[in-house]
Design a protein around this ligand. Structure first.
Ligand code: TXA
Ligand code: MG
Length: 319
């Protein structure tokens, strides 16, 4: 398919589903981040997702379904542990990795014999998936390596001309991507931290392996690549008070800074959840305003804190 495309803005789920059924690329909101969707049965559409994002071919895609029953179309056997996780967390921000049916293109799985699947909770995403009736592959709707998009405007910032449509939905509630759990071996393993927390996972799945984020890199191919990177330099910090303010410096924090007004961009969050919800948009806003550095307070690793720390370290490491 040819680029550039004329990207249209949609506000109707049925229209988005019709676009997807005809093999078009449609970005749509989920509760985590916006996804760049394409129907899984069209190889050319899947190839277009990789082209539009500039995504390396060795980074597999998550397939989105309306309901748990749709899993049978994607996997020959649902492991017991996957069933338990689905029961506890679907629809919601949890992706499970399960054995793949042969019919699923190896482009989607990047040559692996497994497939990642998630059933999103957001009303709009569910309406589109139900209406579409084809599972939808959807990576985050950003150019590869950039911060994920949590608003439809951020999607256009990266992908205008590369996709057929964007669904004009609300900003995403959670703001960081789903938790990914590998269910293909005897013991399930956390591959990517997200808003379903380790504390919640162990309740359902006491034997789950929750290793350090970097040691999981070999298992979750996407984690090898550059990620979440704004143009400005991301600097994780412990002590907020020690940051010297300046007009081209941004600060994202949980504790207040005595010279807040002397930063070019400043946001103080009340909770870790609020911090997660604004993080990627803060990165993007810092770039729009030409900030040189983004200081981000490292928050405690409990709950969603683990996922936030993971994103911050990756954003900083890859620069
Ligand atoms: O919240 C989310 O998960 C969002 C929304 C749109 O649903 N999607 C998302 O997709 O974050 P993406 O492509 O940015 O990240 C997919 C992650 C990558 O780390 C990838 O390596 C991993 O899932 N993944 C996909 N298929 C896999 C597989 N078969 N085995 C292991 N990891 C897999
Ligand atoms: Mg992504």
């Amino acid at each position: 398919m040819s680029f550039p495309k004329r990207t249209v803005i949609l506000d109707d789920a049925a229209h988005a589903a019709e676009f997807l059924r005809s093999g078009k690329l449609v970005a749509f909101p989920t509760e985590t981040v916006y996804g760049l969707g394409g129907a899984i049965w069209y190889p050319e559409t899947i190839a277009d997702i990789f082209r539009a994002k500039g995504r390396p071919a060795d980074n597999p895609l998550i397939v989105h379904v309306a309901d748990a029953e749709d899993l049978n179309e994607l996997t020959p056997s649902v492991p017991t542990i996957a069933r338990d996780l689905v029961q506890a967390f679907w629809p919601g921000p949890l992706t499970i990795v399960v054995p793949k049916r042969e019919a699923i293109s190896s482009l989607i799985s990047a040559g692996l014999d497994s497939v990642a699947v998630r059933s999103p909770k957001s009303d709009l995403a569910r309406a589109i998936l139900k209406e579409c009736r084809i599972p939808i592959a959807a990576p985050s709707a950003n150019r590869s390596g950039r911060p994920s998009a949590t608003t439809w405007q951020a999607v256009l910032e990266d992908l205008d001309g590369w996709i057929d449509a964007v669904m004009k939905g609300p900003p995403c509630d959670i703001g960081i991507e789903s938790t990914v759990v590998d269910c293909t071996s005897k013991y399930p393993r956390l591959l990517r931290a997200g808003s379903v927390t380790p504390e919640q996972l162990v309740v359902v799945c006491p034997e789950i392996e929750i290793s350090g984020p970097l040691s999981a890199a070999a298992n979750s191919p996407g984690l090898r690549h550059r990620h979440y990177q704004p143009v400005a330099k991301v600097i994780p910090i412990q002590e907020v008070q020690s940051v010297y303010p300046g007009p081209n410096r941004a600060l994202l924090t949980l504790e207040s800074h005595p010279a807040a007004e002397s930063f070019g961009l400043y946001r103080r969050c009340e909770t870790s959840e609020e911090y997660a919800a604004v993080l990627f948009e803060f990165f993007r806003q810092a770039d729009r305003q030409g900030m040189a550095e983004i200081f981000c307070q490292l928050i405690p690793a409990g709950g969603i804190g683990r996922a936030i720390r993971d994103r911050l370290h990756r954003a900083a490491d890859s620069q």
